[in-house]
Design a binder for this molecule. Sequence first.
Ligand code: LLP
Length: 411
Amino acid sequence: MLNFKKKDLCIEQVKLSDIAKEYGTSTYVYSKNQFINNFESYKKALGVRGIICFACKANSNRTILKLLADIGAGADTTSGGEIYRCLNANFNPSKIVYAGVGKTFEEIEYALKNKIFMFNVESLEELDAINKIAGRVKTKAKIAFRINPYVDPDTHSYIATGKKGTKFGIPYEDAVKAYLIAKKKKNVIVLGIHSHIGSQILDIKPFKVAAQKIKKIIDDLEKNGIGLEYINCGGGLGIKYSKDQKAPSPDQLMSELFSVFDKDKKFIFEPGRSIIANAGYLLVKVIYRKFSGGKNFLITDAGMNDLMRPTLYEAYHEVMPIKKINTKKVKTDVVGPICESGDFIGKDRMLPVLAQGEYVLVTCVGAYGAAMSSEYNSRPLLAEVLVDGNKTTLIRKRAKWEDLLSNEEQK
Ligand code: LLP
């Protein structure tokens, strides 16, 4: 929802220069209408065939979660903390699913007591734990097995999860056996099957291959008298980070996947990035400029602690000035203030010559931006601002230096 009002870059109807003035920098800024639209296009594509569970690891800001819960989103969670946040943000527990290879006993108990919809179970030892704890708290746990379908999603190796040799899910060849074991557990109700093959996937093909492999398991289970109601296709749909990329729509993804399965099946999708990434921006200030080793550097007030993706995955995020400037463009490295050469936002970017104190905007950081930030170098967590039309709201206060010490011994 970026646009220009004369020379000023705006998110929805608000000038970024006004946001910088009012809230300071660096600041995460979100376009409400962008992520609502993104969610609505998933909802429309799915219709009444199931639930869209927002992967809240992508962005767990309470206001954003509440807005999504309000329009009918479920949540895909991966820790007790995420379940806690989602319940607090008014998600209906009957729309919360819970995945993760290392659910602790405390987390399982918390999830059961709060009557979440379904566990995506990732090992037989986890199944045992869930069955025992459900017995102890006198309830029944609804489960799907997360199956590793051994599909290479062609994405960064750190975020490819459905490949042979990763830690995720039940090995493909053990799937039927796992269901036969689960069927005998007293405190477990077998409800579905889950696979999540990875993230930032721009090609529908690997999703479809995984779906076909899951269908094969469903057929084998039916032969063994086990019928499944829900198919959870995970998340992972990629977004367009740069102009030369193309991303399929939720509708395209779903129509390919629906064609694999029988008409009576219900579906769960767990999108994170494709809901919130392009709704989020990082507004940063140029603190200093430097020419060194034949290169121009813009040193900004945001570091790798605030946005880890470039450092961790060498991820590309577009960087742009927030004013229309007609000066000539020069090759520039946009970097942060942290004491590591890996602390950069973008390298070799053609940017106009900017003055000290001007601002630049980093795009598509709504997913895994604020969510993965830390206090490294004792830098307090950033403010987050929501834009809705011509209105802005502070949805997370900028932390202070005092906050850095709040959980430490005060003697
Ligand atoms: N479901 C499960 C079980 C997941 O593990 C994930 C993401 C999702 C859904 C949502 O995937 P999405 O729709 O967002 O692709 N930090 C990395 C991404 C890690 C993704 C982890 N799992 C990044 O910044 O690229």
